[in-house]
Design a protein around this ligand. Structure first.
Ligand code: MN
Length: 237
């Protein structure tokens, strides 16, 4: 049970489930109690490190996934353990700091689970334009796909410092919204479920693009996995 829980937790709330053939992971569908894992673990990418070339390079994917994402998982587990220890000892002096660490690392862990699955190799699920319900919602809420992509690119490219560009479904407003998020957690409107996230921390692009973030964001569109985005909209709405 522990192993199964760890595995499922590593996928995030829904990130990755739709991408992975269930026959590879028979225990996934057998999990019925919905309990969280005792320890969060990162999962392998749904493609090879080099498969997003030439848009996102192999060296960046390796360090981003194996080192940065791992550090967020470690930080999340550490914050949760610290909070559990505080409750056990009835000593809540560090709860303010631990709560901030939890928000940051839970964001880093979950955002990257979405980010990896939001991408696919160009021509093998990555790139092009959305279709169906997602395309209709984008046209309805942003005017056209071209207006949407220009809006998302502008928002994402101009994030100050580290952060993310996010396309989300807003449950309360019943529409798609684009917002930017600072760090891993600051700024998302309450009521939103992320559908598409573009990481603009320098670790996401600096090895290949250096200071040219706009070039990275422009290239990133070539690896967007619209099927994954559409599945997230279906789940959210
Ligand atoms: Mn990142």
């Amino acid at each position: 049970m522990t192993t199964r829980r760890k595995f499922i937790g590593g996928l995030g709330a829904f990130g990755g489930l739709a991408m992975l053939p269930t026959e590879m992971f028979p225990t996934l569908m057998a999990m019925e109690d919905g309990a969280p894992p005792t320890e969060y673990k990162i999962q392998p990418l749904p493609y090879d490190y080099k498969d997003l070339e030439p848009h996102i390079d192999e060296a960046t994917m390796k360090v981003h996934h194996d080192k940065h994402h791992q550090a967020y998982a470690d930080g999340l587990n550490k914050a949760l353990a610290g909070l559990a220890a505080a409750r056990d000892k009835n000593d809540f002096a560090a709860v303010g700091s631990l709560s901030r660490q939890l928000a940051f690392h839970a964001g880093g862990f979950h955002n990257h689970n979405i980010f990896w699955n939001n991408m696919a190799p160009t021509g093998k699920g990555g790139g092009g334009q959305p279709s169906g319900k997602l395309a209709d919602a984008i046209a309805r809420d942003f005017g056209s796909f071209e207006k949407f992509s220009a809006h998302f690119t502008a928002a994402t490219t101009t994030v100050e410092g580290n952060g993310w560009g996010v396309l989300a479904h807003h449950t309360g407003l019943k529409r798609l919204v684009i917002f930017t998020m600072m760090n891993q957690q600051l700024g998302p409107p309450v009521g939103t479920t992320p559908l598409l996230m573009c990481d603009v921390w320098e670790h996401a692009y600096y090895l290949k693009y250096q200071n040219k973030r706009a070039d990275y964001v422009k290239a990133w569109w070539n690896v967007v996995n619209w099927k994954d985005v559409a599945q997230r909209l279906d789940a959210a709405s």
